[in-house]
Design a protein around this ligand. Structure first.
Ligand SMILES: Nc1ncnc2c1ncn2[C@@H]1O[C@H](COP(=O)(O)OP(=O)(O)O)[C@@H](O)[C@H]1O
Ligand SMILES: CCCC(=O)OP(=O)(O)O
Length: 375
């Protein structure tokens, strides 16, 4: 990728491009305004479980999230007047990586998406603000980027194939950043990336392709602050047919009210780690158990990469927690060097992708056309 310099200006050369970025996460909303490649405003917040509990489907959070965005903009005097708005990409059909223009089909598909996650709102929120100022709206590297190798797709039940649903944008951005610092190309190396946010994905990157990854949304891999990981299939079937729970309730156990949230009543790792450090139960034991599932998943990706990974990169909000990182590292540092890159590069990567489109470095893909032709 070419570096962006300060000389990128609008077509008339009079001012920098203004790019508004929206990143709705399971437990947070992050916002930014960029002038070319410079962030001139950043805002966001963690949304408590108490605030989100009233919503069944993520699309029901549209007004809540839009209201949050407008209040943050108003508080800091950010006027609607952008050259592009870019949002996090949602649960569309499996797609190659890249930048996509938000169109009517994409909006329809997101509103009726089979899988539910608040990233489905990224394109919809971006589109509302973009329409207000008459500029284009985009998404980039949505969570459905699918580069899995064939053998990783099988489950043992014909017709049930594994799905690639993960933190594609940040995981690839962090892997690129790591490669570049090591003086290498992402396309030439292997790395494992464990993204630990509201969901946890552990992806195996081989020469620029994510050849295997757990579905971070739907009960696969490690459990997280608010999600169940891989479940014992037989026991799950028994639960489903016990007559005690509706389908909605079971789905919520898997995604939203599962994981540490179900054991401790909070999805906030800062609180859970503090309690664990103080020796409070069940926080201490269930957090250890969660980290154990992450370590095991990293071990599985080590095998997928034949042990050729240069490093295990640990990223996402939870990577800020020294308590968690110390306990995780102790379980995996015999595999490869562990590199902690806390937080996420999603906002920056989204802005970068939008700027590349505005300056003609990237041609945005046509989502409807891609769905029609498969290319
Ligand atoms: N400084 C920190 N120390 C420990 N945990 C943190 C810290 N900052 C954020 N987190 C935790 O990271 C998680 C959210 O990560 P994030 O990547 O922002 O997720 P998402 O985008 O899915 O909402 C939350 O559980 C939050 O409590
Ligand atoms: C939908 C997969 C990505 C994901 O889990 O994101 P969050 O951690 O932001 O919920």
């Amino acid at each position: 990728m070419k570096p962006i310099t300060d000389n990128n200006t609008c077509r008339d050369g009079s001012r920098p491009y203004r790019i508004f970025v929206i990143n709705p996460g399971a437990t947070s909303t992050k916002l930014a305004l960029y002038e070319n490649d410079r962030a001139v405003w950043m805002s966001g917040a963690h949304h408590s479980a108490a605030d989100l509990v009233r919503f069944h489907r993520s699309t029901e959070q549209y007004e809540y999230r839009m209201d949050f965005i407008r209040r943050r903009m108003q508080a800091d005097g950010i006027a609607v007047g952008f050259d592009a708005v870019i949002g996090r990409g949602g649960l569309l059909s499996p797609l190659p990586g890249g930048v996509y223009r938000v169109d009517e089909k994409m909006k329809r598909d997101l509103l009726t998406a089979e899988m539910d996650h608040v990233c489905n709102l990224g394109a919809l929120l971006a589109d509302e603000l973009a329409q207000e100022c008459g500029c284009p709206a985009f998404i980039a590297d949505p969570v459905v980027v699918d580069e899995m190798q064939t053998v990783a797709r099988y489950t043992g039940i014909p017709g049930m194939m594994r799905k690639s649903v993960f933190h594609a944008l940040n995981s690839k951005a962090m892997a690129r950043q790591y490669a570049s610092k090591a003086g290498q190309r992402y396309e030439d190396i292997s790395v494992i990336v464990a993204h630990m946010g509201g969901g946890i994905s552990v992806s195996a990157h081989r020469r620029g392709m994510v050849i295997d990854v757990n579905n971070a949304l739907d009960g696969e891999g490690p459990f997280s602050t608010e999600r169940a990981g891989t479940l014992p299939a037989g026991q799950l079937v028994d639960l489903c047919f016990s007559g005690k729970y509706t389908m909605k309730q079971i789905k919520k156990m898997i995604h939203g009210h599962g994981g540490l949230m179900a054991y401790t009543g909070t999805n906030d790792m800062i609180t859970i780690a503090r309690r664990a450090e103080d020796g409070d139960e069940p926080c201490r034991t269930v957090l250890d158990a969660m980290l154990y599932t992450v370590a095991k998943q990293i071990g599985a990706m080590h095998v997928a990469l034949h042990g050729e990974e240069k490093a295990v990169i640990v990223t996402g909000g939870i990577a800020y927690s020294d308590y968690c990182m110390k306990r995780l590292k102790a379980q995996i540092d015999f595999l490869a060097p562990v590199v902690v890159m806390p937080g996420e590069n999603e906002i920056n990567s989204l802005a970068y992708n939008a700027l590349c489109v505005l300056t003609g470095r990237i041609e945005p893909k046509d989502y409807s056309e891609m769905c029609r032709t498969g290319r």
